[in-house]
Design a protein around this ligand. Structure first.
Ligand code: MG
Length: 256
């Protein structure tokens, strides 16, 4: 069931989105060669708790999952698509690209955001992948106007990505409603047909999150049961915002 948020809920989610963006951008600041993925996670969790909020992914166990997610921050490096588990011995090095994905609970309500950052200087095709993925998210947000449909968002993202090169768009993971839970209806695929799917209504809060690969769209899951990785081990990028559907242009809620 798609939930339309009340004005009071929207105000809290807006405040939470501000907190989340503040934390995620602060974590991005410390990304550099020599830092471990666990360092990023510890910094994220500290900043979240300093603001009086709760990490939403820590101990999160979706239906069917064997083990709960063991950290606050998902950290996915290079060919890791999403849900990478932070580790003390996973040290970032010059040329890596690193996706950081974070959810928080603020006054009982959830927001979700992700970005991918270069570690030092990265090769051109990886930099272009990051730019294309971030711009694809923007294209999705522009299509997320009240009265449009879920399919319009997917179409906009897919069409934009394919205009940028021969990239693979991950299909087995998607955007989603967010607010009272970290994952709510509807699912929002990063591909689709214009005019198809549920209608976007003012008051809906959704997370859009294209995952774009340098090669194949296909992914595998590691033995840790969490880490999604590209099947051909080529690089992957991920950008996400939580947005509010309005009568017109959507409002980005995960911003400082
Ligand atoms: Mg999400």
């Amino acid at each position: 069931m798609i939930i339309i948020k009340t004005p009071e809920e929207i105000e809290i989610i807006r405040e939470g989105g501000r907190h989340l963006a503040t934390v995620l951008y602060a974590v991005r600041e410390i990304i550099k060669p020599g830092v471990s993925t666990k360092d990023l996670d510890m910094q994220a969790e500290k900043l979240i708790r300093d603001m009086g909020d709760t990490p939403a992914f820590l101990n999160y166990r979706p239906e069917g999952a064997m083990t709960p997610f063991p950290a606050a921050l998902c950290v996915s490096v290079n060919d890791e698509v999403v849900h990478g588990i932070p580790k003390k011995n996973r040290i970032l090095k010059e040329g890596d690209i690193v996706s950081i994905d974070l959810g928080i609970k603020h006054k009982g309500l959830f927001t979700d955001m992700a970005l991918t950052a270069p570690v030092g200087k990265v090769i051109d095709k990886n930099l272009k992948l990051l730019q294309a993925t971030e711009a694809a998210l923007q294209a999705g947000i522009e299509a997320a106007r009240g009265g449009n449909t879920i399919g319009d968002i997917g179409y906009a993202i897919e069409n934009f990505v394919h205009s940028q090169g021969r990239y693979g768009i991950v299909e087995v993971l998607s955007g989603h409603g967010v607010g009272r839970a970290i994952h709510e209806d509807p699912y929002i695929p990063n591909f689709g047909k214009k005019g198809k799917g549920a209608k976007l209504m003012p008051g809906m809060v959704v997370a859009l999150e294209p995952m774009v690969n340098l090669g194949t769209k296909n992914v595998t899951i590691d033995d840790d049961e969490w880490t999604f990785r590209t099947a051909d081990r080529k690089s992957s990028a991920h950008f996400e915002h939580t947005i509010l559907i309005t009568e017109g242009e959507a409002e980005i809620l995960t911003k400082v």
